[in-house]
Ligand binder design. Sequence first.
Ligand SMILES: [Zn+2]
Length: 640
Amino acid sequence: MSASGKPLALTLLGMLVAVGCGSDAPARGVVLVTLDTTRADHLGCYGDRRAKTPTLDALAAEAARFDQAVSAVTTTLPSHATIFTGLYPPAHGVRYNGMFRLVGTAPTIAERLRESGFATAGFPAAFPVTATTGLARGFDVYRDLFSEPGGKDLPMNAERKAEDTVRLAAEWLSGVGEDKKFFVWIHLFDAHWPYEPPFPFSAEFSDRPYDGEIAYADRELGKLFEVLHAKKMWDGVAVVVAGDHGEGLFDHGERQHGHLVYESTLRVPLLVKPPQGARAVVVAEPVTLADLAPTILDYAGVEAPAGLQGVSLREAARTGKIARRDLYFESLTGSLNYGWSPLEGLRRGSWKLIRSTVPELYDVATDPGETQNAIGREPQLVEDLTDRLQTSLAAWSGVAPKDAMVVANPESLARLESLGYAGGTTGGSAKDAPSPASKIHLEGEILHFRDLVGEKAWPEALAVGRRILADDPGNRFCLYKGAIAATQIPDLAAARELARACVKRYPDFKDGVVLLAQIEIRERKLDDAIGVLKAGLSTFPKDPDLTYPLAAALLAAGRGPEAAPLVDEALAEKEPVASFYVLRALMQARKNDPTAAMASLREAFAHGYRDLETLRTEPSLSPLRKLPGFDVALSQMARE
Ligand SMILES: [Zn+2]
């Protein structure tokens, strides 16, 4: 007899049966929790003695803890796209928040699991991962804050607190039938700026509110785990908890995240509880968040799509060991917004190469603060990693065909193409672009500038924009938005100067070209506007955003014969832009053909034109207002 009083043989048999089931049986369900903006080194189970994270610490005791989990990218949407697809950003095509959607060819784990009979639900907590980003693909239920009643009126920085997200997820779990397999994703956004933990964490962590937010999220996550225990779901369910990226907290001068790729924002917590649990396995070898998709599918017993860039961590979670690989990471935040250098890198063991206009190499084992750039000391390693990076990026450019990614705003796509990003590499970036690390001291001012522009506080925005430009004269965001602020004040001389500088430095940035032309037209510098637009058309041939103001400027300059073919060509398109009919009407009115002019105006309205304000007030359109019956016809057409 054993000490417990049961026959030893029976106990052993029972254990064998349990272990036998556990090693091979697929999970009944998978719970994926992403902890936004959460640094590994601010959790108790990662050695932070001041942390208050009992839920995660208890999970770590029955899970595998990955000590060196590396995010693929330090912004929320692309990082989640990597988690959901098992692909790096150059392959799934989502490089930054807002500008991108996950579309097309890359299947997500939610899709694969739903196809395999799993009930699927996602509970995103903030705007970067709203349903319109494409992340909702494959989810039966996607409780996006912004799709709920009244959600359209929410400010973009609205977030759902952990208690609400957990409550929604728990309600959904309660409705999952006993025999139904399930996959649920819970996104806890609390640790993201601003740091405002609720009471009692606000009091307990008054001197470090970021840690208070983590403590609060940990407590709420505990309630979700209690539900799983109470429903006897805990055993048999795989639980994966990961950060999407970290937070600067002023390491390397970065307050938040996204601009740099040091360990403060790149290293994330990763805990993986296999369905039957593990005994506090610690995996020291670096792994990537691209590994989560194949890992989750592996536990679910669902075959992973071919060509994933991550690998399953299931064996590593059992044994603590995994083969060394080169892990990719990037940040294009500064490059896409400000004209800074892109950051791309590889992690190999403890070595980390960051490629930019000022390349860096660190051994994070001996130099965890990444303060000793070893780029000159290890030429062979640098060459090897750089070659590998180059080869990988070239290969991925074939994985992400242009139509596999939709950019929410076409101007960004043009910008991406001009930089060579659209195909998946960053080969075309400017050689003299500042490295993000050399400009990170501007982060606070840039965030302030962004807020002022959002609030339409134009004079203040222009002043702050000018301060940033004094330090970073090529900052595209400040040149462009600064010019807009100046037109709103209005200070047209300042607007013209900033827009000209923007177009000179970024001739392929269409928004900048259009803005400069508009300013020149407002200043009655019609020949200048015509020159700017003609130059822009060499980059964007036949683009109506350029041909329309060009035709209008030509007409205003009395160069009607040059405008006519532009208008004819635009209206010969399959789906012509309605405002060109207005230009045609203007030309006909000038030629004393009121019947034809009114017919063209009717065409404009039939094609959706509704800009009555412009028709009634724009000085250059005054010949239209002299047409007989204009006012009556306009009111009538607007009603139809
Ligand atoms: Zn995030």
